[in-house]
Write a protein that binds this ligand. Structure first.
Ligand SMILES: [Zn+2]
Length: 442
């Protein structure tokens, strides 16, 4: 039984930090230690104390002066869109029809799916993301490919085959029954295998018939422990078309409500243009609104009102995500930098501790998996990111005048990207080192 002892500056959150002086919201060790064994953190704290608990043959890795944080969590991304990212000039519905749906037809080819799944997870890890809630394509093979690659890396990921049976080209359509059967088979094969979690994944109301949303609701009832992920209220044309397709619904959220898709494990991408009633409905059911700032800005969808959702009387549970490939970057640092700007345009600020809480513990809480990931607590899975705030000449220069941890975190968020990620541990294994992820991709 080999164990690893990491040394560095450790930062992990206990709760939402109200201000940059809210010190009891996090645990920071200037000379911290993390003892890893069997994929878990078995001891955490001051290095001198943790070292005493290490056995004789422990492998010691000194990451000083870098920061050790829980691995980042991305609550919404589309792995089949690696060759869609950076496509010019469209709003949501045109963007789907012009770029995304044709690209996703390629995933009926299992080999293509396997290649892209491998490159996608490599890219996630290179950017410090150790858990992602991913949409696959409509094809069962694409989910097989994703889970196989995820399981090989021993990553804790959430994913599902997209369900879509209308308003898209033939090559990316299933039927209500085949979507149900394929989802059932994938759940049986992959959910709970190692660290894999299955998410029931109707793409959104436009591409699912009422019969198919009925099937999605049935899957949720039959598997109440599973996640459900879909899109909600991203842009005005989408909302109008949805209400045309579901004329009996009070509003967009009501469509999903009617089929029993709201709940504490339900993740709704975007939620930009919610009415007060819709926000109340999400809050009442503990559903999660997923903030995807780079995507919302890129597609011109709108500004997610993070602080209002968080502080309204019926508060929303919020996660943050890249939404690759509508999103423009794989990095959660870049995502929160854009998030900061979107929130600023709503006249609010997000302080750097709040940002890093969101990327780690906040997203783990939103995904209801904080007992496993999102902190550096003893007993947690050993998913860890090592960050270097002096990774580039410009960052190094700016760090000369940064005196506090808050300033360092804000600099990492504003100037940092994959270059600031020095190492990533997944279930205790050093991934950049082991997988050669510092090297340009072949
Ligand atoms: Zn999306």
């Amino acid at each position: 039984m080999t164990s690893t002892l990491l040394r560095g500056r450790t930062l992990s959150f206990l709760r939402w930090p109200e201000t940059v002086d809210d010190h009891s919201a996090w645990r920071y060790e200037d000379d911290g230690g993390l003892l890893l064994r069997d994929g878990r953190i078995v001891a955490a704290g001051a290095y001198a104390e943790v070292e005493k608990k290490a056995d004789e043959g422990v492998k010691k890795i000194d990451h000083r002066p870098h920061l050790l944080l829980p691995g980042f969590i991305d609550a919404h991304a589309h792995f089949p869109q690696m060759q869609v990212i950076a496509s010019y000039g469209a709003e949501l519905l045109d963007w789907l029809n012009t770029y995304t749906f044709p690209e996703e037809t390629k995933f009926q080819n299992a080999q293509h799916g396997r290649r892209i799944a491998r490159l996608f997870l490599d890219e996630m890890v290179r950017h410090g993301t150790t858990t992602v809630a991913a949409y696959c394509s409509v094809h069962r093979e694409s989910a097989e490919a994703f889970f196989a690659e995820s399981h090989d890396r021993n990553m804790l990921n959430v994913a599902g085959k997209v369900m879509m049976d209308r308003n898209a080209p033939e090559g990316v359509l299933d039927t209500p029954q085949s979507a149900y059967d394929d989802s059932k088979a994938l759940i049986a094969e992959w959910h709970g295998k190692g660290r894999q979690h299955y998410a029931i994944t109707p793409r959104f109301a436009i591409t699912s018939s009422p019969e198919q949303l009925e099937m999605a609701g049935a899957l949720c009832r039959e598997h109440p422990d599973l996640h459900m992920q879909t899109h909600l209220s991203e842009n005005h044309a989408e909302i109008a078309f949805t209400l045309q397709l579901y004329p009996q619904a009070h509003d967009y959220t009501d469509v999903y409500e009617q089929y029993g898709l709201l709940g504490r494990k339900s993740l709704f991408g975007h939620c930009i243009h919610l009415s007060e009633r819709e926000a109340d409905a999400l809050s009442d059911t503990g559903s999660v609104a997923v903030f995807c700032p780079t995507s919302n800005l890129f597609l011109g969808s709108g500004l997610f009102d993070y602080q209002r959702y968080r502080t309204r009387e019926k508060a929303l549970r919020i996660a943050a995500a890249t939404d690759v490939g509508g999103g423009t970057n794989y990095s959660m640092l870049r995502t929160m930098d854009e998030g900061y700007k979107a929130i600023a345009l709503n006249g609010e600020k997000l302080n750097p501790f709040q940002s890093f809480w969101q990327l780690t513990r906040g997203n783990a809480e939103a995904l209801s998996i904080v007992e496993r990931i999102g902190t550096l607590d003893q007993g947690s899975d050993a998913d860890i990111v090592v960050l270097d705030a002096r990774a580039t000449p410009a960052m190094r220069l700016r760090m000369e005048t940064a005196d506090t941890l808050a300033e360092e975190l804000f600099l990492l968020q504003t100037l940092g990207d994959d270059r600031a990620v020095r190492e990533v541990y997944v279930a205790g294994r050093a991934m950049k080192c082991d997988l050669g992820l510092n090297v340009a991709m072949k």
